[in-house]
Design a protein around this ligand. Sequence first.
Ligand SMILES: Cc1cc2nc3c(=O)[nH]c(=O)nc-3n(C[C@H](O)[C@H](O)[C@H](O)COP(=O)(O)O)c2cc1C
Length: 307
Amino acid sequence: MASSITPDMTVEFAGLRLKNPVIAAAGTFGYGVEFADLLDLGELGALVTKGLSRQPMAGNPAPRLAETPAGLLNSVGLQNIGVEAFIREKLPRLRTCGTVVIANVFGEATEDYIEVVSRLEAAEGVAAYELNLSCPNTARGGMIFGCNQDLIHEVAAAVKKISRRPVLVKLTPNTADITPLAQAAEGAGADALSLINTLIGMQLPASGRSLPRNSGGLSGPAIHPLAVRIVRQAVCAVNIPVIGIGGVICGADAAEFLRAGAVAVEVGTASFYDPRATVRVAHELQEYCARRGLRSVTDLRTSQNNR
Ligand SMILES: Cc1cc2nc3c(=O)[nH]c(=O)nc-3n(C[C@H](O)[C@H](O)[C@H](O)COP(=O)(O)O)c2cc1C
């Protein structure tokens, strides 16, 4: 028999209160404002901006995207307008969009993260920061921040020191074991973790143009089971909240992350073929909970943990 309960979709974590746990993921939702004509931004749990750097970045030459049977390879190269232009041109409209805005931040050195966050600290309209640590540290010979415990600790602690807002640390799956990396972020004072970012992939087209260096970050349904496993490992390794990302295309995928212990999910690649995917997933997740007679979406987490 169908339940008449309308589940409460509100979630609270890391000092944030979201009307539902479905968030638009970095780099797949522009600066948010581009989607304002396609959906009501106020229906989103939150949105994460495209990655912001100190200076504007042109990104990689085309082609930047390549389809795979169950996902997408991207080599966008973190193209963005830079933090100053974001504050000037995008933030005023985001302030009134009715959802929680999380700024995704990246850099080539710890000082870059500090600089970008400092500038955002002086502006209103951002609720939290998500540090993208899947970037090479040029001062350390290109070592990826997120693959090294010391670098994770260094960046997260430095940003925490200057931030009045929650700091989410976004980890890369391109590592053998997420546990020490998740714990390094927690030890540095991170308020939450978000994972996973894309997995490095390669495509060698038999003809036609290829991605720069034939490589790109793999995202979409292909990575979902892998992401669930890594998210579950992180949930078991730390006491801070974890946001699940990777291949969410429907409400059941989102529920799976929550059942794995995540507090919220981010929807990325799905927005490319359905710009309303984030809102749709939130509705489907609510129906999923209603069918199971749950009063709150947060019951999904506890139901799994009690098994
Ligand atoms: C085209 C593209 C651009 C992205 N840009 C960013 C970015 O700027 N910062 C970031 O942290 N993650 C970025 N990501 C990673 C996504 O936010 C997400 O972690 C990843 O795609 C996995 O989720 P999905 O399978 O739902 O797409 C990007 C992904 C894609 C496909």
